[in-house]
Design a protein around this ligand. Structure first.
Ligand SMILES: Cc1cc2nc3c(=O)[nH]c(=O)nc-3n(C[C@H](O)[C@H](O)[C@H](O)COP(=O)(O)OP(=O)(O)OC[C@H]3O[C@@H](n4cnc5c(N)ncnc54)[C@H](O)[C@@H]3O)c2cc1C
Length: 634
């Protein structure tokens, strides 16, 4: 497909499907969960990293904490919408840009668990700091080079990445969730490629030294073509940042619009083969997706601290507000959910470090769940703070009160539900994995393009598979009151997870049989399936973590309390979702939306003024340079 060809839905799906890692070389807790099998043996006993990794991680965390406490004033970041140069320099000197880079390349070589903890820490200070470090390390140059680079590429770039900043350039004005439409081109020319295109919302792009660019190589003789990844020096002639974008939150993020005009790049800068770009991006995200929920964990913990302090301090109607039932419910939600998100991120991190399982589903569930829940938590904090929740920290401080940035954290958390895979796209991606077992046996039955012979073969195959698999979903350990007893009071929750996992798989099977190929269009149904899976994974993570902590007298009872509370809340949500699978307004909503889009109800929009500034919805060329927006930090 050439860059300029129009892309229909089927082609878009094909591109996503080709980039998807189809193989499962290692067992996956998440995949099994969606198939109705609670494989507790994959996560329990709780995996633990080597002592040396813990010591190294703790030593770095204390240096990082000391730096954040003494050198970072978040009100300056909010006021100037910029992270001060000296903060960026200080982070570089600490080695924070090379946390995940191996020591053989001058990095800190931290484990995934400690990388996550570091992001939790800096993210709690200001989420823009989390974005700065994670855009560089989780999606920027280091991770794809470490995973897919040649020995030479690793030697060239990884040591630089410990002290320089990189960015990841995929999105374009017309290319968001659907990379099949990618317009940027990389045309082979001798030993080089010549890149042209416009890249939007490049986090760190304004201050980057190196960038990873995704561009389409046209297929030609000797060139396989396709979306391809390149590492490029940000000061290469032809690269211009034409705008520094500003957002509702994450003030301080150095996010740009980058134009590439005849940018000449040596073939040695290509990562992987031509056409491997999306696969590289997705594989990088397999673990990279944990960064964002790690930042969300920091927010959840901070919200808990403020909710606790304020709900005790603030007295209304004769009592501290935390003693009023409505507020108490919010505090309980924040506390339990902070525990749930942290447990998910921690467990997925430990699994990533242990390297014995495939964690792509767990990391994606943590991203989806962490971002949705952190948003709800921040919203509840604003509510608990009342009018002060809506007031800026600066204004509160100016009139002599503690400057609590609750409104800022709500603004900062909003983007997490959109970038690195929006909630809707995460639902689709995870649903794809959840129904993968069905598709791999029954795929041709529901494929509208498969011929009758293939359909018949698929039907026979599927019949055999379901004859074996369905009976396993009828009964299980979760029905035995004596199962999981080593978990004490949490055993009943794991029994629930086991039962619910089978029910989830049965529901998916019913849906497949009922809607067949049309299931993929039932996005809200699939979204609920995935959300139930996320609750079940979070419950499991909370239980195994609390059980691990039982040996620690300082937290033992309290951990069980939190895990128990989290599981009770999660079960209520999961049951609601199970009910909504079959009892919902999806069909009538679809009909209503058709009417809305056809303009049947425009009269409802009367009586307002639209304050939007005139302009096209999408500016393909991204506008001209209006200012010198390229900020250099070296
Ligand atoms: C602050 C910020 C930082 C960013 N950083 C980077 C970066 O560093 N590098 C980079 O390359 N990009 C970056 N992005 C881009 C980001 O990843 C995209 O915004 C995101 O992928 C969504 O794309 P879009 O905004 O074009 O939305 P669209 O794809 O246009 O989607 C609009 C809405 O439709 C939904 N939708 C789209 N397709 C489907 C579908 N098939 N089914 C159901 N719903 C669908 C989406 O979920 C969304 O709700 C950043 C964006 C922002 C705002």
């Amino acid at each position: 497909m050439t860059a300029t060809e129009e892309v229909n839905e089927r082609q878009a799906r094909q591109v996503a499907e080709q980039a998807r890692e189809a193989q499962w070389r290692q067992p996956s807790f998440g995949k099994e969960l969606f198939l109705g099998r609670l494989r507790l043996d994959l996560v329990h006993p709780y995996p633990r990293g080597p002592v040396e990794a813990t010591e190294r991680g703790e030593a770095f965390l204390s240096r990082l904490r000391e730096f954040c406490e003494s050198h970072i004033d978040t009100t300056v970041i909010e006021r100037d919408a910029q992270i001060p140069d000296k903060v960026i320099q200080g982070l570089k000197e600490l080695g924070a840009f090379g946390m995940k880079i191996g020591t053989e390349y001058d990095g800190l070589g931290l484990s995934q668990v400690y990388y996550n903890k570091a992001l939790t820490l800096v993210g709690s200070v200001h989420p823009a700091l989390g974005a700065l470090l994670s855009a560089h390390q989780s999606i920027g140059v280091p991770q794809p080079v470490a995973m897919f680079g040649t020995a030479e590429q690793k030697r060239t770039w990884l040591p630089r990445c410990t002290r320089q900043i990189s960015a990841f350039l995929l999105t374009e004005p017309d290319v968001g969730s659907d990379p099949a439409r990618l317009h940027a081109t990389a045309t082979p020319d001798g030993d080089d490629y010549v890149l042209n295109g416009v890249k939007l919302w490049t986090t760190n792009g304004v201050i980057a030294d190196l960038v990873v660019v995704m561009a389409q190589v046209p297929a030609s003789e000797g060139h396989r073509g396709g979306i391809t990844a390149f590492v490029i020096e940000a000061d290469t002639p032809g690269i211009v940042v034409t705008n520094r974008n500003a957002f509702m939150g994450l003030r301080g993020i150095e996010n740009g619009l980058t134009k590439l005009t005849d940018v000449r790049v040596p073939a040695a800068n290509r990562i992987g083969r031509e056409g491997d770009g999306l696969r590289i991006a997705l594989s990088t995200l397999n673990v990279g997706r944990l960064s964002l929920p790690a930042v969300c964990t920091g927010t959840a913990k901070w919200c808990l601290k403020i909710a606790r302090e304020w709900s005790t301090e603030r007295v209304q109607w004769g009592r501290p507000i935390g003693e009023h039932d409505a507020v108490a419910g919010k505090v309980a939600f924040i506390a339990a959910t902070a525990y749930g998100i942290e447990s998910m991120v921690e467990l997925a991190g430990e699994l990533a470090d242990a390297g014995r399982t495939d964690i792509r589903i767990e990391a994606a569930l943590a991203k989806l769940y962490g971002s949705e829940m952190a948003w709800l938590i921040a919203d509840e904090l604003v509510q608990i703070r009342g009018g002060r929740g809506f007031e800026t920290a600066e204004s509160l401080a100016a009139r002599g009160e503690r400057g609590v940035p609750a409104e800022q954290i709500l603004r900062d958390m909003r983007i997490n539900r959109i970038f690195e895979g929006s909630t809707e796209i995460m639902h689709l991606m995870l649903a794809r994995e959840a129904v993968d077992a069905h598709l791999s046996v029954a795929g041709d039955i529901i494929d509208p393009e498969a011929d009758l012979k293939h359909k018949a073969k698929a039907a026979a195959q599927a019949g055999k598979f379901y004859a074996r698999w369905l009976p396993t979903l009828v009964t299980g350990k979760g029905q035995l009151p004596t199962s999981f007893t080593e978990f004490g009071p949490l055993a009943e929750h794991l029994r629930y997870v086991e039962r619910a996992s089978r029910k989830l798989a049965r529901s998916t099977f019913y849906a497949m049989s009922r809607w067949q190929g049309k299931l993929e269009h039932k996005q809200r149904f699939l979204g609920r399936i995935v959300d139930i899976g996320a609750e079940l994974f979070a419950m499991t993570a909370a239980c195994v973590r609390a059980q691990r902590d039982e040996s620690d007298p300082a937290t033992a009872a309290a951990a069980v309390d939190l895990a128990d509370a989290f599981c009770r809340q999660a079960r209520v949500r999961a049951e609601r979702l199970f009910g909504e699978l079959w009892d919902n307004s999806d069909d009538s909503d679809r009909a209503l939306t058709r009417g809305v889009l056809a303009g049947r109800y425009t009269w409802l929009e009367d009586g307002i003024i639209d304050p939007s500034i005139e302009g096209p919805w999408i500016a393909q060329e991204g506008g001209d340079v209006t200012d010198d927006v390229h900020r250099v930090i070296r």
